[in-house]
Design a protein. Structure first.
Length: 279
């Protein structure tokens, strides 16, 4: 277990609670009811580090979700990553993908790793940012990160092997492409096995941890650039605007022109007739 003494979180006004829960060593959250935990987490200031660390490792999914929600409410995204660090584990990477639900174009995944203590103001889930702000943050991320890795899986492979398998492949390839290698990986929602390092799949990780939020920005910017290049080749689909997603205009273009070489033929709405599984 990560040493709670190495995690910095402001206890704020909860000095008494801090003295009680300053270290995770003696905290057995499983002996606390969900109602008791919910009452503690309703505090107006951040809960102490030892308690939060114990809660995010509680076997109950409801408790872990409440703990992560508390982290999003009170702490900045860079500091949140300290729950994964100890004396020996410093290099924490975050990974996220873009384009999972698109009808055309690749899945693009990115992995980003920062030195401890590096913070980039404004980094957040890419969906909450404007395109111009994503571009600004992209440049800063590329400048300040220890390493950034991007992977692409095209539509043809998605049709052959399926969306989920290729989504996990893209995330894994991005993480394994980091140089230097990371010692721990945080992914938005999906836990990856077989990497040879600890990995954590955490819901809403792109709005909880800086490295995952940065990865979501890098993946989105890189994919948008791909779709802009495809727009130049296939202007009839207006990829510049819809980025391959199922807008009414895009679906109408598919009816008129049929799919391009970069459409995912196994996705609903792309073909009028079901695509054959095998050629």
């Amino acid at each position: 277990m990560v040493a709670a003494e190495q995690i910095w979180f402001s206890i704020g006004e909860n000095q008494e609670m801090g003295e009680k829960y300053g270290s995770c060593k003696d905290i057995r959250t499983i002996e606390m009811s969900v109602q008791e935990i919910r009452k503690i987490l309703k505090t107006k200031s951040p809960c102490p580090p030892g308690l939060i660390e114990a809660l995010v490792r509680d076997p109950r999914k409801t408790v872990r979700k409440m703990a992560f929600a508390h982290m999003r409410k009170f702490r900045d995204l860079a500091e949140n990553e300290r729950i994964f660090r100890d004396h020996d584990r410093k290099l924490i990477a975050g990974a996220d993908e873009a384009g999972r639900g698109s009808l055309a174009g690749p899945i693009v995944a990115a992995a980003v790793m920062f030195e401890p203590g590096v913070k980039i103001k404004g980094v957040d889930d890419s969906k909450l940012l404007t395109p111009s702000r994503r571009e600004e943050l992209y440049d800063e991320i590329m400048e300040k990160a220890i390493s950034v890795s991007v992977s692409f899986v095209d539509a043809h492979l998605i049709d052959i092997w399926g969306l989920q398998a290729m989504n996990l492949k893209a995330l894994g390839d991005a993480i394994l492409g980091l140089d230097p290698s990371c010692e721990c990986a945080i992914c938005d929602n999906y836990k990856l096995d077989g990497l040879g390092i600890p990995s954590f799949g955490i819901p809403m990780a792109d709005s909880t941890f800086q490295s995952v939020a940065a990865a979501s920005i890098v993946a989105k910017v890189e994919r948008d650039r791909v779709m802009l290049s495809l727009h130049a080749r296939y202007p009839q689909y207006n990829f510049e605007y819809n980025k391959g997603y199922a807008t009414p205009e895009h679906l109408k273009a598919l009816e008129l022109y049929g799919p391009s070489d970069f459409h995912r033929l196994t996705f609903r709405g792309v073909l009028r007739e079901e695509a054959p599984l095998w050629e």
